[in-house]
Write a protein that binds this ligand. Structure first.
Ligand code: LLP
Length: 447
């Protein structure tokens, strides 16, 4: 980084102010290098360190066809959770045997898409899905490989909306003896289903391994009892994702992969040895940890509202529709004024989004230098669950996404325009005619 020469914020050799000029704002900027370096850590310190391990990227955190290509080249698998995510992978020519299909209410069409394309694993969440999958596999005359998602009864430590492993959860099969034994037996007896093992996911933004270790203890007990009762051998155990990243100084530092995986591997080894079981293949599914810190969002500052002795609000040209996380989870972010990166902070302001919602505040109490409308704000660590959770609320077109790589920036998702917002709308003729002009024409007429 050449920060002495530049007053602009440089992100992975790209001048962010230039990016804002070239591509407009709001703009999602993703660094290929940062994504790859996380994948490299997984390869070197998990996959290569431990035999019989796999890693799949949880594409719900951020997915596009270009992202699928990066993940494919990095040698990871892909966790998808809907027909849309699966279709993105199919169109990106992602190797289907590396796909893991999640979801607590997969539709007939979604399951059929997965069966048709011979995806690697279905993670079956409930009895209803098992029956549907069996029926579709039989229709297509296929044998599908599955894991059962179980609810280990362990509570995550993050916001309650991102904890999933607790007993009272919509996800997974409860570890009630009758229920779990019923589904395992049913899968074992099916001629179209091959049961390979189990999956759990405790929750997101985890900074210690204790919860995963508790869940491993519960799962190994289950594995032991199923072996004793039915002779069932668990070949695979998928422990989900959830590894945390640092958003602000209040969070722990982002830890290397080994911080999360070493204790888990040790626990599986010890527990299995204690139970007289062979070690299963261990699979991890990080999403946020891979892409969270690889992304920033650029905004242009607009209206400045000073309320004497109260606070100063500065509004940006995006907000809740491109980053709903502060409103949903009270998530916190750090940011920098990108065109004044070397200037000392002098005041504290609140960064507001432009939506008609009082809750649309991106950052409370951000320290900034002297600022004015037109300045560019770079919000850090927006790579995960921002673009993928974006909406058109207030009919705001979604921002573009650029991928930066060795100082070059390329569009991987075009900015939406007003016509995209209306693309699938129909006005019934009895209500009158719609204008047939495009937004380009409408905009020039307005000028
Ligand atoms: N595997 C499964 C089965 C999951 O449900 C999830 C996340 C992951 C892996 C990846 O978790 P990660 O490594 O990204 O934490 N929208 C929320 C996060 C929801 C996560 C849902 N499941 C947020 O913005 O914080």
């Amino acid at each position: 980084m050449r920060s002495e020469e530049y007053t602009n914020f440089i992100f992975d050799n790209c001048d962010t102010v230039e990016l804002a000029k070239t591509f407009g704002t709001p703009l999602y900027v993703m660094s290929e290098d940062r994504i790859k370096s996380k994948c490299r850590d997984i390869r070197e310190n998990f996959l290569n360190k431990y035999p019989n391990t796999r890693a799949a990227y949880a594409s719900k955190a951020f997915t596009t066809m270009a992202m699928c290509k990066i993940i494919e080249r990095e040698g990871l698998g892909l966790d998808v959770v809907s027909g849309g995510e699966l279709y993105t992978a199919i169109r990106a020519d992602f190797p289907m045997e590396r796909i893991i299909f999640h979801g607590n209410n997969k539709s007939y069409e979604e399951i059929a898409l997965g069966v048709t394309h011979d995806i690697g694993r279905f993670v079956v969440d409930n009895i209803y899905e098992l029956e549907l999958l069996e029926e579709i596999a039989a229709e297509q005359n296929k044998k599908v490989k599955i894991l059962f998602r179980i609810t280990p009864g362990v509570e995550g430590s993050a916001h309650k909306y991102i904890n999933t492993g607790q007993e009272d959860s919509k996800f997974g099969i409860p570890l009630d003896e009758k229920i779990i034994e019923y589904v395992v037996k049913k899968a074992m007896d099916s001629s179209n289903i091959i049961l390979k093992g189990f999956h759990f996911h405790i929750g997101s933004q985890l900074f210690d391994s204790n919860l995963n270790i508790l869940a491993i203890n519960v799962t190994v007990n289950l594995m032991k009892s199923l072996k004793e009762k039915f002779g069932f051998i668990t070949e695979e155990l998928n422990i989900g994702g959830g590894f945390g990243i640092r958003y602000t100084d209040e969070d722990d530092e982002t830890k290397p992969i080994s911080f999360h995986t070493d204790p888990v591997m040790q626990a599986v080894k010890d527990e299995c040895a204690g139970a007289g079981l062979d070690m299963p293949i261990i699979i991890i599914e990080p999403g946020r940890w891979i892409v969270g810190e690889a992304g920033i969002t650029l905004y242009t500052l607009g209206a400045i509202k000073e309320i004497p002795n109260v606070r100063t609000y500065i509004s940006v040209d995006g907000g809740l529709p491109d980053n709903p996380r502060p409103a949903l989870y009270e998530a916190k972010y750090e940011a920098i004024v990108a065109n004044k990166a070397n200037e000392k902070p002098e005041k504290v302001v609140t960064i507001a989004g432009k939506c008609c919602e009082s809750g649309d505040i991106l950052i409370w109490d951000l320290k900034v230098p002297q600022i004015e409308s037109g300045d560019i704000l770079a919000v850090f660590n927006t790579g995960a669950y921002n673009y993928s959770m974006s909406s058109n609320y207030n009919r705001l077109p979604r921002p573009a996404v650029v991928l930066i790589n060795e100082g070059n920036a390329e569009l991987i998702v075009e900015r939406e325009n007003y016509d995209h917002l209306l693309e699938r709308e129909i006005v019934p003729s009895r209500l009158g005619k719609a204008q047939s002009i495009s937004c380009d024409v409408a905009l020039t007429r307005l000028e």
